[in-house]
Design a protein around this ligand. Structure first.
Ligand SMILES: Nc1nc2c(ncn2[C@@H]2O[C@H](COP(=O)(O)OP(=O)(O)OP(=O)(O)O)[C@@H](O)[C@H]2O)c(=O)[nH]1
Length: 323
């Protein structure tokens, strides 16, 4: 299936790069990653302001097609110019600008072993130049292979659905949006599928919040959720972290191997909210899942800060009166 596109991709090369991108009027051929697709598909009418910042996918030439899952197969045709800049850092926060890190990071970042040497994506800098706004969140998307992690992320960012795909290694995005009327920046890390629920410790430490996805038509992916949750808890030395469970592929209900009741029970056990989604059909629950995760991250950050400033005040009083 091919997707008509009217996208112009401008590449400004700040340093020698191996990245080449072509956006034609019919098909997007990606020599770097499917993640790049998202940067070329942004519609100017879209209020989402997204910057895929790091792309660590396989670099074979792939033809990726997107489509709305239901209704007409005519995708919305973007009419915006997208600028991609290649640079060794990710400090650029310009809207719809994609920044690619040097390919040297690719080799290590594909690892998903427990104690991966992966050092995480480059430090994110918010658009205001501060290291980390309170409205920033680092969200890591975890789950067994082929549960639809990338499809969910792409759906959130572009409103589109990926039919054909290549397995993801890693892809990170900076997503500027508005949550509860407040500007928010979500740094979203789409990981490679965790075959046996093993996760990279670096992912676990880097993230503020974790979106654990499974496919309703794959029981193994459901079982992997507990393992992944336990692995994140072990890496963070606490089971108390921001997390939501996403049960994907609701459109394939007739093939379901996991019931909603089971999913609800698991979410209850893990103290997480459950979102039933279909990256294929779309719908509000995908955004709701990411937004809820973002909210929880921000809430916890504020409550940590309040606790720590209360502690500082109390300590100050003690010092004052014990003199
Ligand atoms: N019917 C249906 N298919 C889906 C849905 N979400 C994803 N898929 C399909 O499932 C396959 C896997 O989707 P991906 O998004 O690549 O899955 P992933 O979890 O990122 O896979 P890895 O990167 O290999 O870990 C693709 O063929 C998608 O088109 C969904 O909600 N419904």
């Amino acid at each position: 299936m091919s997707t008509p596109m009217a996208v112009t991709t401008t590449i400004s090369t700040a340093m020698p790069t191996t990245v080449t991108t072509e956006a034609s009027t019919t098909t997007t051929s990606l020599t770097t990653t499917r993640a790049m697709l998202t940067s070329t598909l942004l519609s100017s009418s879209n209020t989402i302001n997204t910057t895929p910042i790091t792309s660590l996918n396989n670099c074979s030439t792939n033809t990726v097609t997107t489509s709305a899952c239901t209704g007409s197969n005519t995708p919305r045709i973007p009419n915006t110019n997208t600028t991609r800049t290649t640079t060794p850092t990710t400090t650029t926060a310009t809207s719809t600008t994609r920044t690619t890190t040097p390919t040297t990071t690719t080799a290590t970042s594909s690892s998903t072993t427990h104690l991966s040497p992966w050092s995480g994506p480059p430090t994110f800098t918010s658009s205001s130049g501060h290291k980390k706004n309170t409205s920033d969140s680092r969200l890591v998307v975890l789950g067994a292979p082929a549960v639809g992690k990338s499809a969910l992320v792409v759906r959130l960012l572009t409103g589109r659905f990926i039919w054909e795909y290549d397995p993801t290694l890693e892809a990170a995005y900076r997503h500027h949006t508005t949550v509860d009327d407040d500007p928010a920046v979500m740094h979203i890390y789409d990981t490679a599928g965790q075959e046996e629920g093993e996760i990279s410790e670096a992912h676990a430490r880097w993230g503020d919040g974790f979106l654990l996805a499974f496919s309703l038509i794959d029981r193994r992916s459901f079982s992997a959720i507990s393992t992944i949750h336990a692995a994140v808890a072990a890496a963070r030395h606490t089971p108390n972290f921001s997390c939501v469970i996403v049960a994907n592929k609701t459109d394939l209900g007739h093939l379901a191997e996991v019931s909603e009741d089971e999913a609800t029970e698991l979410a209850g056990e893990l103290g997480a909210s459950l979102f039933m989604t279909s990256a294929c059909d779309g719908g509000p629950s995908i955004q709701a899942a990411f937004f809820e995760l973002h909210r929880d991250v921000v809430r916890r950050r504020w409550s940590r800060r309040r606790r720590s400033s209360a502690k500082t005040v109390i300590e100050g009083f003690y010092k004052m009166f014990s003199r």
